[in-house]
Every structure is written in structure tokens, then in C-alpha cells.
Ligand binder design. Structure first.
Ligand code: KIV
Length: 279
């Protein structure tokens, strides 16, 4: 069957047919191209970029310009997946006007299909509605929202007591009512994610939220074993690339130092008569 670009109705259809939605992050052209070729439904240019690619200690320092730069590269590698750009810290907090303008940059400059923003605090909910009213699809994000990690007491599981769990459930309903097309649930108990998934008509995409969400997302550098600073419990590493890259780079260094690389097959020749003319 001819492959078509994934749309929001496709995501709803998957939820209602009980088919799982797949999502991964990507931050550059070559990885986006591979993820797209693998048939993943959605690609997120997450602000996790700050930690796993740019080397910051948290996602807080990430700027709009950094997000746009990487989103453009991902767009060039993405043909079929639904592409979401992540609104970085302070890109949507100052005013509704600034939030709408920044959200618009993801679509106009980077060619994203939608944006994601964290939390459903009253102010953020208003901003979310304003962005949706401007015609920009919004993916919500609840539970562990890394931009508020300090306020949440660190990168830890959220919604573990009844009050906190009810707050997340109500926030998910509020995001749905505000018009979000889907919501990411990060690091919350599986049973709370199940309640939300059954309650909402829009898809839930889980990360550390158990198997009952309508879809799953992971940070690609985590699942490829490329980010070694820490590994959250909810990550499955499908390959450990960092040690493989280290081996390859060490081998290259040794071969260059030993004069083994480049070999004849990596080298260009010139005819003897031409060489003589060089002098
Ligand atoms: O920034 C990111 O990569 C994210 C995902 C973990 C959902 O927000």
C-alpha cells in the first residue's frame, strides 16, 4: 500500500481502532530520515535536545532559535511522520501574543505540523487555547514536565497520591476541552494513565506511563544508548551505540597513528605522465 503522510485524523483512527501510535524524538536530518523510514507515526523535536545533544544540565536553557534550527533539519529528513516541535521554557510564559508568535515559527519557519507545550496550569491553558485558535495544533504534556523539574522536586514520578493523580486527570480533561489533539503523559503510574486514556477521546502518548496509553514516545538518544549521563527506569535500550562508536573512533585513531589508514582503496591516483608535468 502506498505510504501517506500521517495526519491528526490518522492518529484518532488508530486510537479508536485500538492500534498503537509510535513516536520518537529526533534532532537532526540523518536520524529523522531513519526514524521516518522505519514507519514511526510521529516525530518530536523535543527540548530534550538541550540535554542529549547540546550538553546542557537541563532543558531550561534551550532557546527558540535552537529549537527552530534543529526542527528545520528534522523536517528535511521527514517525509511521512507527523512532526511536532516542542516549545522551550519561556517561549510561552511571557504573554499569549508571544506564545502564539513562537508557536507559529515552528510551522512557518521549520515546517512542523504541530507544537507541544508542557503543563495545564491556568495561564498555560489560556495560552494553549490562544495557539489553537490561531490554527496551530497543540500536543499537551502532563505528569513529569521537565521544564518545571525544580518545582516538582526533581525528575521523579508524578501523581502517586490520590490528590496529585486527580489533578493530572483533571488537567488532561482540561487540555482535551481546550482543543489539544493529543496529550503526552510522562512518568505517572500506569493505572492513572489507563484512567486518562479511557476517559479522553483524544490519544494519550505515554513515556514512563505504562502499556495502556494509546501510543508510546521515547527520547531516541536514550533508546539507542547514546546518552550515558543517566538512564530513566522507563527507558528500554534497544542498542548501546555509545560503546560501539567509542570502539570505532579508537580503531580509527590507532590506524591513522600506525599509518594503516588511508589504504590504497581510499586513495586517488594520478597518471605518471601527468605527474611528470607537475614538476
Ligand atoms: O523533550 C522531549 O523529548 C519530551 C519527550 C520526553 C516527551 O518532551
Amino acid at each position: 500500500m502506498e505510504r501517506k503522510k500521517v495526519t491528526i485524523p490518522d492518529l484518532y483512527r488508530k486510537k479508536h481502532e485500538g492500534k498503537k501510535i509510535t513516536m520518537l524524538t529526533a534532532y537532526d536530518y540523518p536520524v529523522a530520515k531513519i526514524v521516518d523510514e522505519a514507519g514511526i507515526d510521529m516525530i518530536l523535536v523535543g527540548d530534550s535536545l538541550g540535554m542529549v545533544v547540546l550538553g546542557y544540565d537541563s532543558t531550561v536553557p534551550v532557546t527558540m532559535d535552537e529549537m527552530i534550527h534543529h526542527s528545520k533539519a528534522v523536517r528535511r529528513g521527514t517525509k511521512y511522520a507527523f512532526l511536532v516541535g516542542d516549545m522551550p521554557f519561556m517561549s510561552f510564559q511571557v504573554s499569549e501574543e508571544e506564545a502564539v508568535r513562537n508557536a507559529g515559527r515552528f510551522l512557518k519557519e521549520a515546517g512542523c505540523d504541530a507544537i507541544k507545550l508542557e503543563t495545564a496550569e491556568p495561564r498555560v491553558l489560556e495560552v494553549t487555547k490562544a495557539i489553537i485558535e490561531a490554527g496551530i495544533p497543540v500536543l499537551g504534556h502532563l505528569g513529569l514536565t521537565p521544564q518545571s523539574a525544580t518545582k516538582l522536586g526533581g525528575l521523579k514520578v508524578q501523581g502517586k497520591d490520590a490528590e496529585a493523580a486527580k489533578k493530572i486527570i483533571n488537567s488532561a480533561i482540561a487540555l482535551k476541552e481546550a482543543g489539544c489533539f493529543a496529550v503526552v503523559l510522562e512518568c505517572i503510574p500506569e493505572k492513572i494513565a489507563k484512567i486518562i486514556t479511557e476517559e479522553l477521546s483524544i490519544p494519550t502518548i505515554g513515556i514512563g506511563a505504562g502499556k495502556d496509553c494509546d501510543g508510546q514516545v521515547l527520547v531516541i538518544n536514550d533508546m539507542l544508548g547514546l546518552f550515558e549521563r543517566f538512564l530513566p527506569k522507563f527507558v528500554k535500550q534497544y542498542v548501546k551505540l555509545a560503546p560501539q562508536i567509542l570502539d570505532a573512533v579508537k580503531k580509527y585513531r590507532q590506524e591513522v597513528e600506525a599509518g594503516k589508514f588511508p589504504a590504497v582503496e581510499h586513495t586517488f591516483a594520478i597518471k605518471e605522465e601527468e605527474l611528470k608535468k607537475v614538476g
